[in-house]
Design a protein around this ligand. Sequence first.
Ligand code: ADP
Length: 405
Amino acid sequence: MSCHIETILVLNAGSSSLKFTLYKISGEQRLANGVVERIGYGSANMVYRRGDEPKSETPVIARNHSDAIQLVCKALTDPEKGVIKALREIDAIGHRVLHGAEIFKEATLMTPETLDKVRELIPFGPLHMPPNIGGIEACEKTFPGVPNVGVFDTAFHQTMPDYASHYAIPEEYYHKYGFRKYGFHGTSHHYITVATARYLDKPVDQVNLVTCHLGNGSSLAAIKNGKVLDTTMGLTPLAGVVMGTRSGDIDPAIVLELVRKGMTADEIDNLLNKKSGLLGVGGINSNDMRDIIKNAEAGYHGAQLALDMWAHRIVQYIGAYFTLIGGADAIVFTGGIGENSWQARDRVIPRLSCLGVDYDAEANQTLRGTGLLSKPESRVKVIVMPTDEELMIARETYQVVTKGC
Ligand code: ADP
């Protein structure tokens, strides 16, 4: 493998979409990014953006992920809108992979052996893993000889001790089926941990945080000395706080009762993953936090209840994690809601004063990008920070392919 790595392509292949970002890794410059949407449907759509220029949208045909990768290659090398002259300029490719189970504790070079191990993990993510793997296979064909690196959404959480990651059911279910907490959004929690340590001017291995990734899917993590001690998502992303369409934690006996009432596993899956959370409680046919807030402020009971439940569960976990860590340097908000919705944050931060947070309500309303939402003298800091999972994947890819150089 070459030690001269300059240009890294990051791919995130979902069931019907392919997100891409091309980086010049020295200086961490984003050359281009975009997404091919509606892959496998009659008409697909490609969004492309060079650097910070305005994005363009083009109707395209993409029957599968291989087609989508060809479209990405064409856009990146386009004589007018492209950013590289030839595909051989791409030195390495980083792939977001949903699940690494206990096998992949860190980003890993994809070889025939490691890719086979990834294939064995399909039952852990039957919807997401096949497109993730398809993206890697398509790149092996399109970019022969270029290293592919798998960056796993679960990997950063692999430092959880057994007493945090195991469920209190007989251990044979862990051994037989791998039932334990894995956690997700690991790449985002990792990015935020590293960036917050830098922001606080502390070494990463000395930073203690509660990181709150709040988007349509949401999770919190307790970070002790730069490592995950606990996180809210579990065997699957269904557990934890109230999300856009997911219930988060519920009494598992509800599932049993639903089975007894005649619902199938698929129906319950659909109910808890797609019809619950803000969507299910809000009663306004939307899982979008902006709609929930608008309707809650207009006095609509369902939206008010959904918002109150959302905030209650987050405050609950922040308190729990703060205690588990033994006190944190900072509580960090990120993700679509965490970064953008001052109204949603305003339901949470004022309730953290008992932990030593001196809230700056004005900063919470006005601040954009990264900054402090607590007063400068606050014992515990509250920080808002945009996440950047793609950049983290590029960094990890670089580290894997230059190891030993
Ligand atoms: P995903 O989990 O799908 O990646 P995101 O992190 O993109 O989700 O977050 C989506 C959520 O962020 C939606 O609930 C949306 O309402 C919320 N959001 C995005 N922008 C804003 C904004 N400006 N104000 C309030 N909420 C926002």
